[in-house]
Design a protein around this ligand. Structure first.
Ligand SMILES: Nc1nc2c(ncn2[C@@H]2O[C@H](COP(=O)(O)OP(=O)(O)OP(=O)(O)O)[C@@H](O)[C@H]2O)c(=O)[nH]1
Ligand SMILES: [Mg+2]
Length: 334
């Protein structure tokens, strides 16, 4: 099937075409740009929710309940489960099928699993682009699940409008949360497994921490352009919501808070500001990607490269001067 035919099926609402286009976007950078360009006018309507937290915190269980709650409210749902440790991407992982049984048979739900850093040398995350496809597909809510293991959750926070940090009584005290950098990315905290002992203590600790942070002025905020934006965003104080994902307790309240955060983003202008920032970094990234791909396809550059390699070998130039010479040639050629 040609890309054009796939796009036509996608527009007609075919889930199969949607899945195929996601694979294209993940694995075929040359075609991806054309596909995403085609889909761009259909994007921008979905609400993207990031769910992150330590392994086993109950994220998948929570995502299933949250997805179902969205469905109860008449919204279509897309779920992207990002596994930073798995080399397997594409189809749905068996684990998620087992964990989200009620959603797999619902035509209003689309579930996708993807790997981020399975490849040798670190495969760049395409989470945002996969969400873009779901957005163009017309999903009202997109829920992105990822286990918090350092850098990955930062990518997710970048791809989501609202980020929920899921913690459990056994995940340690609030100081550790602060140290792990989770304080910075959380728009909401969810204390899951609150049927277990220690949940109320954790809620109190997080609330204290959030309160302290809200009262501490950040000196950078008043000077830089970035700082002004941060001020605008920082008048949102993250709430702590208690849940029991296995029974669904607290999930409706969590979705209420997510909706409130979305309204806050829209009302304060922060949403537009986020969009502006994300468009800017997207253009920068795409330009760099485009240049990198294009550069060594030019016979002129490869010819020049071979020449310069010999010159470095015979001692008449250095790699540094060679790189500068090639860059100047490319820029001059336009
Ligand atoms: N007691 C209790 N158990 C829960 C709760 N939520 C989830 N669990 C259980 O915790 C275990 C892990 O749940 P998952 O939803 O797979 O957790 P996860 O965070 O997605 O795990 P990874 O994706 O592997 O990091 C499962 O056995 C769940 O049934 C809860 O609120 N209370
Ligand atoms: Mg999970």
């Amino acid at each position: 099937m040609t890309t054009r035919e796939l796009l036509a099926e996608f527009r007609a609402g075919s889930k199969r075409a949607c899945a195929r286009l996601m694979s294209v976007v993940e694995n075929e950078p040359d075609v991806a740009a054309a596909v995403l360009d085609e889909l761009y006018p259909m994007m921008g309507r979905s609400f993207r929710i990031g769910i992150t937290g330590p392994p086993g915190a109950g994220k998948s269980t929570l995502v299933e309940k949250l997805g179902r709650e969205c469905r109860n409210r008449g919204k279509t749902v897309g779920i992207v489960a990002v596994d930073p440790t798995s080399p397997f991407s594409g189809g749905a992982l068996l684990g998620d099928r087992v964990r989200m049984p009620s959603l797999f048979t619902d035509p209003g739900v689309f579930i996708r699993s993807m790997a981020t850093r399975g490849g040798v040398g670190g495969l760049a995350s395409r989470t945002k682009e996969v969400c873009d496809v779901l957005d163009a597909f017309g999903r009202d809510c997109i829920i992105i699940e990822t286990v918090g293991v350092g850098q990955v959750e930062l990518d997710i926070a970048g791809a989501a409008h609202s980020t929920v940090v899921v913690l459990v009584p056994e995940s340690g005290d609030a100081i550790q949360i602060m140290k792990a950098g989770l304080m910075e990315i959380a728009d909401l905290f969810c204390v899951n497994k609150s049927d277990r002992e220690g949940a109320d203590r954790l809620v109190m600790e997080i609330e204290t921490m959030v309160g302290m942070k809200a009262r501490t002025p950040n000196p950078e905020c008043r000077t830089s352009e970035v700082g002004d934006r941060r001020l605008a965003v920082s008048d949102w104080v993250p709430l702590v919501v208690k849940t029991v994902a296995t029974t669904g307790f607290g999930v409706s309240g969590l979705l209420d808070q997510l909706e409130a955060h979305r309204k806050h983003l829209e009302g304060s202008g922060a949403m537009t500001e986020r969009r502006r920032e994300s468009i800017r970094s997207e253009i920068v990234e795409l330009t760099e990607e485009w240049l990198r791909r294009d550069l060594w396809r030019r016979p002129v550059t490869t010819g020049r490269l071979n020449e310069l390699v010999e010159q470095v070998l015979d001692g008449s130039t250095t790699p540094y001067r060679a790189a500068e010479a090639i860059s100047r040639d490319v820029l001059a050629a336009g």
